[in-house]
Ligand binder design. Structure first.
Ligand code: ADP
Ligand code: MG
Length: 334
């Protein structure tokens, strides 16, 4: 393994059964139904890098996140972190060691923090669970240090989660994630519930912690503007597939896939004076019964017969027949 493949996701898939209950099927008829939430995606994250996944709600981002941290078994494909497979093969001690190094931060910190525990206990819990420090005095000192690290006061440890604002609660969640000395953090819409100004503070904190601690992030958001200043590389998801993957700067300056352009045009504060805006139009199709060929074809202004018939593969960082055939050029950098 090299550091550039610290996180290695290969052809990851997840199918959910969404059939009516068995008895209803007998009485009312109807087949078993399946939904491909994640349909064969691959990406690598280098150590110390931030890789972002973006896409509208329902595109499969959270399902990828849950498989990457081992909360949900994949239907196919593989996740390896630091060369340890998240499922099968590795020894249990190897995987337990890996678990400590991976943490997840969610959109709603209130739901992920036990409301009946004081913050000091919440932050101390991973330290106890992994037996990282013994002695109450040393645990308390470490918790104070972690709270300071995320911009809170050690005395805040005596409070309960409800005594904090949303932004402060997300700081507590970050302190808890760092308590196990995590090195890889999966952040699923970590700032989506926060006001814009608070969002910026949390993003700055996360970047600062990355610099200080050498953290690796998988950063998930439905909002391209949020990932712009966070990610070194960005993957754009649509209906369970990656439609474009490229360097962060490049994605904003010369997007290729029509869907990426549509998402970019919906970002209000981007300077695009020289370009015509394509507003996001149409809705994500029903994932139980997706369109044939390229699943974006009903919303795409460049669709032709081939797009309706044949699934485009990801090649040169984009999965689009119009781009591959040269019918459509990547937008030139301004
Ligand atoms: N446990 C589940 N059972 C059935 N369908 C699910 C389940 N979890 C997610 N889905 C479906 O999978 C698709 C992707 O969901 P999700 O990963 O949450 O997307 P995102 O995070 O991008 O909004 C959606 O159509 C969603 O309804
Ligand atoms: Mg989600």
């Amino acid at each position: 393994m090299t550091d550039s493949h610290y996180v290695d996701v290969r052809d990851l898939r997840r199918v959910f059964e969404v059939s009516k209950p068995w008895l209803n099927r007998i009485l009312e008829g109807g087949d078993r139904q399946f939904l491909k939430a994640v349909d064969g995606i691959s990406f690598q994250i280098a150590k110390g890098e931030t890789f972002a996944l973006v896409g509208e709600s329902g595109s499969g981002k959270s399902t990828v996140a849950r498989m990457v941290v081992g909360l949900l078994p994949p239907s196919g494909g593989e996740v390896r972190i630091d060369n340890v497979p998240m499922v099968g093969r590795a020894s249990s001690t190897e995987r337990q060691r890996l678990r400590r190094r991976i943490q997840m931060i969610f959109q709603d910190p209130y739901a992920s923090l036990n409301p009946r525990w004081r913050v000091a206990e919440i932050v101390a819990e991973p330290i106890r669970a992994f037996a990282l420090i013994d002695g109450e005095r040393d645990i308390k000192a470490r918790v104070g240090e972690l709270l300071s690290l995320v911009g809170l006061h050690p005395a805040d440890g005596a409070k309960f989660p409800h005594e904090f604002s949303g932004g402060q609660r997300q700081r507590v969640a970050i302190a808890r994630a760092l308590a196990s000395n995590a090195e890889f953090i999966v952040c699923d819409e970590p700032t989506s519930a926060l006001d814009v100004s608070v969002q910026a503070q949390i993003l700055n904190l996360m970047r600062d912690l990355q610099d200080r601690l050498g953290l690796t992030y998988l950063f998930i958001s439905h909002n391209l503007a949020v990932v712009r200043h966070m990610a070194s590389r960005i993957g754009v998801m649509y209906l369970g597939r990656l439609v474009e993957i490229s360097g962060g700067r490049e994605l904003f300056s010369s997007p290729k896939h029509p869907y990426t352009r549509m998402l970019l045009d919906a970002v209000p504060d981007l300077d695009m004076t020289s370009r015509q805006r394509l507003p996001v139009s149409g809705e994500i199709p029903n994932p139980i019964n997706p369109p044939s060929g390229c699943t974006f074809n009903p919303r795409c202004p460049f669709t032709n017969e081939r797009c309706r018939a044949e699934v485009p593969l990801l090649r040169d960082g984009v999965a689009c027949h119009a781009i591959h055939e040269g019918r459509l050029s990547p937008l030139a950098a301004a």
